[in-house]
Design a protein around this ligand. Structure first.
Ligand code: SF4
Length: 397
């Protein structure tokens, strides 16, 4: 048994290496640059390893002009090639439905472009910014909210100007929190990322740095001890990873997350609720439990943004509420993410909760618990009135 894990927990983390790459050397497999060089990006790469449906074939061809396909060997090995509905496959192999757009869908569903004072910097909330430092990722998620710019194949290009962004941040003293995203900043070399973080840390009013990344999941080899040592120079630095299905939490991913945590990086997870991927209570429960073992706090569960061509992956909001409701009271509070909708057009994240407040007025709040039992709690004003009344009564002759 592994020393740090409770009985049985270790068995839930498996390695799938080398899988479809039987001839690779161990040192190549563990080299993140080898993983990047050997990504599955072409139709023939896929068809050499699996049989595609007609819809997937059409999707791969369409991806060339929309959101490119790329899958690291590490992540590709998680696909069950005999299952057309494999939850890993649905996330990274394009389908013809990506070409179908409904009236509600948009290229920029979160309204980022209209909140960009300088190229690559989204300043929507007063005290924090989203810094889109690159348009490249280790692999491409078919539901990506930024698919208009990431991968370089879509309809827009990202023209981030680092110097302009640093200058803007220097001048805007109200910004205390910078989130690096993209694309994925962890694709930069250690040196380049260190330079970027140093420049941000040199701005005195920036208190808090965050990195949003899927690299630890797509490419755990990237999380080397040297990389972690470099990161720890920039604390407080937090990281949001992105895991949707428990199978993504492999042995290598768990070790990578552990390295980050051991270097003092607080970890949160952002999942997207996706049809056929994580839209059941059982899958979600397994996911959040495995995340806690990896020392990652399930943070957000996103309703899938209204990105063009994502309808086949979208789940109803009522289903999402039902999943959260089924977790509440039945597992550790830390394990329950906040379900949110990123309000279309740029309204920010809005929490979506099951209804626990049944009634509320100046006197009381009527609530239900996870079992459906109903309770009353007096409002503070009403409590104060009772105290005053009691005092008054006690003073009466
Ligand atoms: S890793 Fe993030 S930015 Fe990159 S494709 Fe996936 S969702 Fe989009």
């Amino acid at each position: 048994m592994e020393p740090n894990l409770v009985n049985g927990a270790a068995a839930r983390f498996v390695s799938h290496a080398p899988g479809h790459w039987p001839d690779v050397t161990e040192s190549d497999w563990k080299d993140w640059r080898w993983q990047l060089r050997n990504r599955v990006t072409r139709l023939e790469d896929l068809e050499n390893r699996m049989t595609l449906s007609a819809g997937e074939r059409a999707g791969v061809l369409l991806a060339k002009s929309k959101l490119a396909m790329a899958i690291t060997p590490h992540f590709f090995n998680l696909i069950n090639v005999n299952d057309f509905e494999c939850p890993i496959r649905r996330q990274v192999i394009p389908r013809f439905e990506e070409g179908q757009t409904s009236a509600a869908e948009m290229a920029d569903p979160c309204g980022e472009d209209s909140h960009m004072p300088v190229p690559g910097l989204v300043h929507r909330y007063p005290d924090r910014v989203l810094f889109l430092v690159t348009d490249r990722c280790a692999a491409y998620c078919r539901y990506c909210t930024r698919s208009r710019v990431v991968s370089g194949a879509g309809e827009q290009a990202l023209h981030t100007d680092l110097e302009q962004a640093f200058d803007y941040l220097q001048r805007h003293k109200e910004v205390r929190d910078v989130l690096l995203s993209g694309g994925d900043a962890l694709l930069f070399s250690d040196e380049k990322l260190e330079y970027l973080l140093s420049r941000l840390r040199a701005i005195p009013h920036i208190e808090f740095l965050r990195i949003g990344t899927r690299v630890p999941i797509f490419l755990p080899q990237r999380i080397t001890p040297q990389f972690c040592q470099m990161l720890q120079k920039f604390h407080p630095l937090w990281m949001s990873v992105h895991v949707n299905h428990p199978r993504e939490l492999t042995l290598e991913v768990r070790e990578a997350l552990e390295r980050l945590a051991n270097h003092g990086v607080p970890l949160g997870n952002q999942s997207v609720l996706l049809a056929g991927v994580n839209d059941t209570v059982e899958v979600m429960r397994e996911l959040v439990h495995k995340l806690l073992i990896c020392r990652v706090r399930p943070y957000y569960l996103y309703q899938c943004d209204l990105i063009r061509g994502s309808g086949h992956l979208r789940v109803s909001v009522s289903k999402g509420i039902q999943i959260i409701d089924s977790l509440r009271g039945k597992t550790t509070g830390y394990a329950i993410p906040q379900y949110v909708i990123d309000a279309p057009g740029g309204g920010g994240k809005v929490p979506i909760n099951p209804e626990y407040v049944l009634y509320h007025n100046n006197e009381k709040v009527v609530i239900r618990n996870y079992e459906g039992k109903v309770f009353e709690y007096p409002e503070v004003d009403a409590q104060a009135e009772v105290v005053l009344k009691t005092i008054a009564e006690n003073k009466s002759p």
